[in-house]
Design a protein around this ligand. Structure first.
Ligand code: CP
Ligand code: NVA
Length: 308
């Protein structure tokens, strides 16, 4: 079964085919073609945290490929009343062709996967956001060409799900992740070690951004960390991606943010809305990339690019 729970669940060949298929599907939508590769297929979205982009982009992706998506939010389902994940996963497996799950601990996603007999896609956990990083790398390639050999600066919370998925992606896509974060907000040592020469770490955001082709940031307080918000706001002072910081990057560097953004905290209004920002293309690309991903997990190689 083809789950997508972390970046390394796709081989580099599969990533390449997926990006080609996503580009093809994006172009075909612009040209007005209708698709039916997922006709009759059902995608269930299990959402245990808030979401705007993930639920909408997966639902639109399934629909535009001729399939259907059903959302199950924790608060309005029996999950909130304590129904076992093992029971929920087996029940959903009887209805769905694939599941997208957004949850808290990675162990909870793993538990769901253990009982699921259909492919599961990680729609964000405390430990990673692989569908977002897959999309971010697609967006980089669209804007400035092959990601291999590029320098991607991640500024802010180095211990969060976004930076950890970027870290996992660095050796797989052969880019250098230049992490700029306060010492208390670094990735788990084993994950940093696994990235080897593909990671540099600095407590100085300017040093982290130096010479970068891409500058990425994310919220300082992720979902589930609300009680730490005041302490985090203090800890991350000086790590705002603003015009002054961008001056240290390569001229022409692009800026990514998975959204939602907190203007004036991790990113300034001028950068988010400025000419280097690819943030709204990035958000749109979630749908194109996830179409290719849904085809991959549900159909295998059957719907991969046939056009030159
Ligand atoms: N970037 C992202 O995953 O957004 P949502 O939380 O709105 O799904
Ligand atoms: N790190 C953020 C990402 C939101 C898409 C969070 O987990 O809240």
């Amino acid at each position: 079964m083809r789950h997508f729970l972390r970046m390394r669940d796709l081989t580099s060949g599969e990533m390449r085919r997926l990006f080609a298929r996503a580009a093809e599907l994006k172009r075909r939508r612009r040209e007005g073609h209708l698709e039916d590769s997922l006709a009759g297929k059902t995608v269930v979205l299990v959402m245990e945290k808030a979401s705007t982009r993930t639920r909408l982009s997966f639902a639109a992706a399934a629909f535009q490929l001729g399939g259907h998506a059903i959302e199950l939010s924790a608060s309005t389902s029996q999950l909130a009343r304590g129904e076992a994940l093992s029971d929920t996963a087996r029940v959903i497996s009887g209805y769905a062709d694939a599941v997208v799950m957004r949850t808290t601990a990675d162990a909870r996603l793993e538990e769901f996967v253990r009982w699921s007999s259909v492919p599961v896609i990680n729609g964000l956990t405390d430990g990673g956001h692989p569908v977002q990083v897959l999309t971010d790398l697609f967006t980089v390639e669209e804007a400035i060409g092959a990601v291999s050999g590029k320098r991607i600066a991640f500024v802010g919370d180095g211990s969060g799900n976004m930076s950890r998925s970027f870290l996992e992606a660095a050796p797989l896509f052969d880019f250098t992740l230049q992490l700029g974060s306060p010492p208390a907000f670094r990735p788990p040592p084993a994950e940093a070690q696994a990235a080897g020469r593909h990671l540099t770490v600095s407590g100085d955001p300017r040093a982290a951004v130096a010479g970068a082709d891409v500058v990425v940031t994310d919220v300082w307080t992720s979902m589930g960390q609300e009680a730490e918000a005041a302490a985090r706001l203090k800890a991350f002072q000086g790590f705002t991606v603003d015009g002054g910081l961008m001056a240290a990057a390569r001229p022409g560097a692009i800026v990514l943010h998975c959204l939602p953004a907190h203007r004036g905290e991790e990113i300034s209004e001028e950068v988010l809305e400025g000419p280097q920002s690819r943030v709204f293309e990035e958000a749109e690309n979630r749908m194109h990339v996830q179409k290719a991903l849904l085809e991959h997990v549900i159909l295998g190689g059957a719907a991969e690019t046939t056009e030159a």
